[in-house]
Design a protein around this ligand. Structure first.
Ligand code: TXA
Ligand code: MG
Length: 315
């Protein structure tokens, strides 16, 4: 049985310990319950995808307690400061370029050079963030394809034992996810409608938002594929024996690997390493990346989904 504790000093202290150990804690925010992990720990972030059973790696939202903390991880431009001033803490998430020495897991960004960040307003969430003193990656605390949870009991019935602890802070006030605005480009773009009305944001920015096809799960139109990381060099899949000049990305024990997703053949470790190793091998030193077969089970589904996109013909 999952442990459910009230969101008080004891609960928060326990949650902070669990998060520091690299395990998952579900906690309330003013929008929905989040499934939290240390956003600097690749293995902890991989556990989020495992617990949600998501068949693909979507980038996650990182939760922080203050603008000062945000600046450690992301580059804030004028629009970002304007929106932060008006809507943080609150139900607004901003996508910004990752800062130069950004210590966040690459899996949090699904390999992109941007990161989504939110400063929640929920007092309990804020106390937790301050106590743990770590950036916390947290998607909604439900299994993939299920309704977003607005009460601790929803989390328990959806995620069960996959989460070490659920902090119960009652029902979420807003009840829908945060509004996501991408401020990393020239024109602020609405990526997901949510708890704060787009019109309110436009009024504060004094300009209309670009409306991207709103989609919480996957890029459906080819145009949106550009927002997903793809290596520069060609990728070949299910390779047992690499060719000369190719980098070999191994999985499981092998002598041939240039780099190995997991020598033990552990899918969680492979997920944790995936984007970092692809970036490393994609530095221009090889003419292609050959990837060992990855089993189509558990996190292997999301890993293979990502690899198939990387290997797909580019238009
Ligand atoms: O209200 C909320 O936002 C809740 C609470 C827990 O904070 N969190 C939440 O997270 O809804 P999640 O993972 O379910 O939604 C994250 C969304 C996804 O649609 C993802 O594609 C988008 O944010 N996203 C995250 N990082 C991004 C990035 N770098 N570029 C574009 N979109 C990004
Ligand atoms: Mg969600």
């Amino acid at each position: 049985m999952t442990d459910i504790k009230p969101l008080n000093d004891d609960g928060i202290a326990l949650a902070a310990d669990i998060l520091r150990r690299g395990e998952l804690v579900a906690f309330p925010t003013e929008t929905v319950y989040g499934l939290g992990a240390n956003a600097m720990d690749d293995m902890a972030v991989a556990r989020i995808f495992e617990a949600k059973g998501r068949p693909r790696f979507n980038p996650l939202i990182v939760h922080l307690p203050s603008v000062q903390a945000v600046r450690q991880y992301a580059v804030m431009n004028g629009a970002a400061y304007t929106l932060a001033e008006k809507f943080w803490p609150g139900a607004l998430t901003m996508v910004m370029p990752r800062a130069k020495d950004c210590q966040l897991s690459e899996l949090v960004s699904a390999g992109l050079d941007t990161v989504a960040i939110r400063i929640p307003a929920h007092p309990g969430a804020r106390r937790l963030l301050e106590a743990v003193n770590l950036p916390i990656a947290a998607p909604s605390a439900n299994t993939s394809g299920k309704l977003s949870p607005t009460e601790a009991a929803h989390v328990a019935s959806s995620l069960g034992d996959a989460v070490s602890l659920i902090l119960d802070g009652g029902a979420c006030g807003v009840g829908v996810e945060s509004t996501i605005v991408d401020v990393s480009g020239k024109k602020p773009t609405l990526l997901r409608p949510g708890g704060i009305a787009a019109e309110e944001i436009e009024e504060v920015l004094n300009q209309p938002l670009i409306r991207a096809a709103s989609d919480d799960t996957a890029p459906k139109s080819p145009g949106m594929l550009s927002s997903h990381y793809a290596p520069h060099c060609p990728v070949r899949l299910n390779v047992e024996t690499p060719e000369t000049g190719e980098a070999y990305l191994g999985f499981g024990p092998t002598e041939k690997a240039t780099a190995n997703l997991s020598v033990k053949g552990d899918l969680r470790e492979a997920a944790a390493n995936l984007f970092r190793l692809l970036h490393e091998l994609d530095g221009g030193q090889y003419h292609a990346i050959a990837v060992a077969p990855i089993p189509e089970t558990g996190l292997g589904l999301a890993i293979n989904d990502r690899l198939r996109r990387a290997a797909a013909p580019r238009g």
